[in-house]
Write a protein that binds this ligand. Structure first.
Ligand SMILES: Cc1cc2nc3c(=O)[nH]c(=O)nc-3n(C[C@H](O)[C@H](O)[C@H](O)COP(=O)(O)O)c2cc1C
Length: 325
């Protein structure tokens, strides 16, 4: 089924919270292992009237930077086969406005809130965390390291183990609270293992992967790019098999929990990520056609566990078998 043609009949259901789904991620109790992914659920507050926030496993906020950012020129989104290209440019109101204007309402939402943090220098990341450390209500941090380091000729933090270790180590030192530090890895690398290892060695409590794949869409009539800024990040069902492979490889390489994402749209997708090695999952692009997707995915995962006689979602983690081996 095309992602464009999915109907809205599934919007009407009563979310359930099941004991099969309850889990713990780095000391944070989650009602379910299904969270809403960064940048696809706003700051969380916008959807409070639409989604039963208290039934979610958690939400990851839109990326937060030291100063407000206007983002990239339009068009910023383009639908592709079974996916979407985006180049939002990490538009956001800045960490101080988030703490002042968004966090108070989020605090009473009844879900676990993870702040997605990004920057263009190590100092940017440290400053965002410093501001958030003084604010209440957060369950943890997710570092988006898929940004160019402007002090190192624009080389991406996520693509070089040394740059990655530097930013993760500095972020680790900036976290004075017990909040876990999750590092979100980029899939745009040849081998994920050295990057997963560098992040863990420098203080990551968990890893999330994947962020979007760099892609290009072209209008052949005008011979221009479909995205104003040129390239975009590919997400949605199209990337799921590659994301699954990367989650599997990262889970084999390190001993910390992995949060898997990339094209999850159903409970079966979520189960596959957990079997590949993910302890929790996030739902991103699916929120654009149905903001209730994380709740539906959790309900479908629960149904799958019941059908398969699996007592707890965490019993699926890392159970992949290779029949040919
Ligand atoms: C419109 C849009 C905005 C995003 N913004 C962020 C962001 O601010 N920080 C981040 O770490 N990831 C961001 N992402 C990446 C998603 O969180 C997720 O890693 C990616 O889309 C793959 O998951 P999916 O296929 O379920 O969407 C964004 C993705 C989309 C589509």
């Amino acid at each position: 089924m095309s992602f464009r043609t999915m109907g809205i009949g599934h919007l009407l259901f009563c979310p359930r919270v099941s004991s099969r789904l309850a889990t713990n991620l780095c000391g944070v109790a989650l009602k379910s292992p299904v969270l809403a992914a960064a940048g696809t659920f706003g700051y969380g507050v916008e959807l409070a009237g639409v989604v039963d926030m208290a039934a979610l496993g958690g939400i990851v906020t839109k990326g937060l930077s030291r100063e407000p950012m206007n983002g990239n020129p339009a068009p910023r989104l383009y639908e592709t086969s079974a996916g979407m290209l985006n180049s939002i440019g990490l538009q956001n109101i800045g960490v101080r406005a988030f703490v002042r204007d968004k966090l108070p309402a989020l605090q009473s939402s009844g879900t676990q809130i993870f702040a997605n943090v990004f920057g263009y220098t190590v100092e940017d990341y440290v400053e965002v965390i410093r501001v958030l450390e003084d604010a209440g209500a957060l369950a943890g941090y997710e570092l988006n390291v898929s940004c160019p380091n402007t002090k190192h000729g624009g080389m991406f933090f996520s693509n070089d183990p040394e740059l990655l270790a530097e930013v993760v180590g500095a972020a680790r030192a900036a976290v004075r609270s017990k909040r876990p530090l999750i590092v979100k890895l980029s899939p745009n690398v040849t081998k994920i293992e050295p990057l997963a290892q560098a992040a863990v060695d420098s203080g990551a409590d968990a890893l999330s992967l994947v962020n979007t794949f760099v892609g290009l869409a072209i209008d052949p009539h005008t011979r221009t790019t479909r995205i104003g800024n040129g390239f975009g990040g590919l997400s949605g069902p199209a990337i799921k098999p590659i994301a699954l492979r990367l989650v599997y490889e990262a889970a084999k390489a390190v001993k910390v929990p992995i949060i898997g994402l990339g094209g999850i749209a159903t409970g079966i997708d979520a189960a596959e990520f957990m079997i590949a090695g993910a302890s929790a999952v996030q739902v991103g692009t699916a929120n654009f056609w149905d903001p209730q997707s994380p709740l539906r995915v959790a309900r479908e995962l629960d149904d799958f566990l019941a059908r398969e006689n699996v007592a707890r979602a965490c019993d699926l983690v890392g159970t992949l078998k290779f029949p040919g081996k």
